[in-house]
Design a protein around this ligand. Structure first.
Ligand code: NI
Length: 172
């Protein structure tokens, strides 16, 4: 297992539409396990392959409460096939560290995809897991959570992001 480098906004790979997975081999399983380890180490509740520089339709998720057993999900080629309700929660992203904002999402989603062996799987999600599925599936389309903000909030984000980058450079 290995901890992978997480790509940060505005790396171009985060803007690519990820390729569907067609080969369900050991390399895919290894990538998925490494992504899970990277997510737990960060720590985060979800990670999509483009965030580790690999433009493939693979996401890992674990939205279990901190004091509950792990609920690790590997979703290959995931797509939302049904959704209902609306929620608005504060989100963050391992590719946009240090920035958080409220985003409107569906409250419940049904997701169809494959597991690591290529079997078709369907997930029904609500609460944090529903939000995380939508956030991670967005990554596979080259969409970041900040893209859902109003134009005003997006321009505030860009300014704040620039400031954060400058602070990091000063600390180097
Ligand atoms: Ni993210």
């Amino acid at each position: 297992m290995a901890i992978l480098r997480i790509y940060h906004y505005p790396e171009p790979v985060l803007r690519q539409v990820a390729e569907p997975v067609t080969v369900f081999d050991e390399a895919l399983a290894t990538l998925a396990r490494d992504m899970a380890e990277t997510m737990y180490a960060a720590p985060g509740v979800g990670l999509a392959a483009p965030q580790v520089g690999i433009s493939k339709q693979l996401v890992v998720l674990d939205c279990a409460r901190a004091d509950a057993p792990a609920e690790l999900i590997f979703a290959v080629n995931p797509a939302i096939v049904d959704s209902e309700g609306e929620v608005s929660e504060e989100e963050g992203c391992l590719s946009v560290p240090g920035y958080y904002a409220r985003v409107s999402r569906s409250a419940r989603v049904k997701v169809r995809g494959h597991d690591l062996s290529g079997q078709e799987v369907e997930w029904e999600a609500q609460g944090l897991l529903a939000i995380a599925f939508q956030h991670e599936i967005d990554h596979l389309k080259g969409i970041l959570f900040v893209d859902h903000l109003s134009p005003l909030k997006r321009s505030l984000f860009r300014k704040k992001w620039q400031r954060l980058q400058e602070q990091q450079l000063e600390q180097l």
